[in-house]
Design a protein around this ligand. Sequence first.
Ligand SMILES: [Zn+2]
Length: 268
Amino acid sequence: MSSTWLTVDLDDKRHVPRYSGHPTRSRHSQADIEKTGQDRKLSDQFRQGMRGFERWLRSHSHPVTMFVIADLFNSEDFSKWFQHLLEANPKRLTIGCHGLHHKSWSAWPEDRVGFTHALNEATLCLKKHAGVNFRPWFRAPGGYMAPWMSSVLAEQGYTVDSSINPSWLVRRKAGKGNSWNEVSDSLQRHGIVSRPWKTKMSLPVNGPALFLFPLSLLARRAWRQAPTPCDAGEIDELLINVQEDLTTLYWHLLDHARNKGKWMPPLR
Ligand SMILES: [Zn+2]
């Protein structure tokens, strides 16, 4: 039976590619962000997103995987909120890795050493804060996932990757000259299960697509038609079993700041 895997990415405004981490799209460097102390602060929208997300969590009992950017823990407020959230939902929340600073790796030249260091630091940080809720599951920052990244993920014990948005519209995110098939093959070669994002008619329906007209119409329909979310007790087994037909949906914590904090994922 097919089911849905609910996943939310924890990006603050300073993490998105138009702000940082991308060679041509970004306005700010990581060094500037650290020098000005922005990495220790949360935006007002992010704080509203935290409250909205909690309200949404209380409205159902489905399990949710949060893909967390490790440098969020530079903020004491975030660390406290995260601890409280895990204590309140110990069985429902699993924590995956969404990078150290949210660098758009495949938009840059291949950098195995840099990615190895960043992934190692991020993994240690997430393990420390998430404890038993941590899972070796990866989502590439900004969906920028190149084939060369698979070996680094495997070396550091990652078992699941959920970075591929298998649409021609965003194929450039597989890195210069690469295709999504090549990313998928490299993951398979390294023994990592790929959980690509749901698409409809080969078009994106997750993340920003939920809000970009006319993709938003397609996206909302796809979400309403998605199978029932899986149960908390079965998520680990379902994810690593390649035979399992799992629909992967994803959105951002920041989305919960929309509509004055009342926005909720458009599920059935
Ligand atoms: Zn992200």
